[in-house]
Design a protein around this ligand. Structure first.
Ligand code: BDR
Ligand code: CA
Length: 312
């Protein structure tokens, strides 16, 4: 079976955990490495959480390294009201004994791409700070990437603000660098992010299976449901699913401009969806064309995740 080489960049985070568990366990994914970025919570906690999740997944020796402790320009702003004070549902999961890779995130990404004989897809699931720094530091290596499939942005509404999705809003300058890098981009954003959802019965079934991965995943879902009061999205996982099974989503290609101004639109991914264009200026004409996920096959995405997590 042909495996797909992925590097995940995460700000773990409950739904990053759903994505990591899946990436570490799916037989068609060769998870080359994981890099951590400040986002849902601070970098130190993101690293702790990421190592714990890899333990829960029963993952092998996958290199994990630390990246940026803050956005390029803005101060960090966390999302602990959603992800728990530890960013991982406050489940009291024991600390991991895994060792961190000593290389900074940008160097680990470079080394993994250079060492791979097969194409590599980068899957950022948090703010794009590490990815922007990597693109600027090692453009020749970046040019070898097959694609970047990122969770971020929106062709419709935002969540952090009416205009902006959290990951792009957290570091708009980094996002602008990534979107205009010339690397083929798939944006798995808020247009589809909330669609694949799991409920309390599915969480209970995972816990009842009793293996470490499924009960960890089930308890995370239960915490998340308690927090929001209804079924919850598998969120970032969808971007990983799209990276290996693009046929599970349908896409439209838009020219995208990231708003880096300091007004109410800061962090918006302004997608040119006009049917009739009467261009006042060339901003959008010259903008990068991005493949944007607009619909997902919800049952297929949920089943793929449940089967992979429960090992069925
Ligand atoms: C994104 O922000 C984080 O809270 C989630 O993990 C996801 O990556 C959604 O806006
Ligand atoms: Ca995330």
């Amino acid at each position: 079976m042909a495996k797909k080489n992925l590097i995940l960049d995460v700000d773990t985070g409950i739904d990053d955990a759903f994505a990591l568990l899946f990436a570490a366990r799916h037989p068609e994914i060769n998870l080359l490495g994981v890099t951590c970025v400040d986002g849902n919570t601070n970098l130190k906690q993101v690293v702790i959480n990421t190592l714990k999740v890899l333990d829960a997944a029963g993952a092998g020796d996958i290199p994990v390294s630390k990246g940026a402790t803050r956005p390029l320009i803005d101060e960090p702003r966390y999302a602990e009201h959603i992800h728990g004070s530890d960013g991982l549902g406050d489940l009291g999961t024991p600390l991991s004994t895994r060792a961190l890779d000593p290389r900074p995130a940008v160097e680990l990404i470079r080394d993994l791409i250079e060492a791979s004989s097969e194409p590599v897809t980068l899957v950022p699931l948090g703010p794009l700070t590490n990815i922007a720094l990597f693109l600027r530091a090692f453009p020749e290596t970046a040019a070898k990437l097959e694609r970047i499939v990122l969770m971020g942005g929106s062709a419709s509404s935002g969540n952090a603000t009416p205009a902006a999705e959290f990951n792009v809003w957290h570091d708009p300058e980094a996002a602008a660098i990534v979107f205009s890098s010339g690397v083929p981009i798939t944006m798995y954003g808020l247009d589809v992010f909330m669609e694949p959802r799991v409920n309390a019965a599915q969480a209970a079934a995972l816990v009842a299976e009793g293996n470490t991965c499924s009960s960890f995943a089930g308890r995370l879902i239960e915490h998340f449901i308690k927090q929001v009061g209804h079924e919850v999205t598998l969120g970032d996982y969808g971007a990983v699913a799209s990276a290996i099974k693009p046929e599970l989503s349908t896409y439209e290609t838009f020219k995208v401009v990231v708003d880096t101004t300091f007004g109410p639109g800061r962090g918006q991914t302004l997608c040119d969806r006009r049917a009739w264009k009467d261009d006042g200026d060339a901003t959008h004409v010259n903008a990068p064309a991005v493949k944007v996920a607009m619909q997902v096959d919800v049952p297929a995405m949920i089943n793929l995740w449940l089967e992979t997590i429960s090992g069925k």
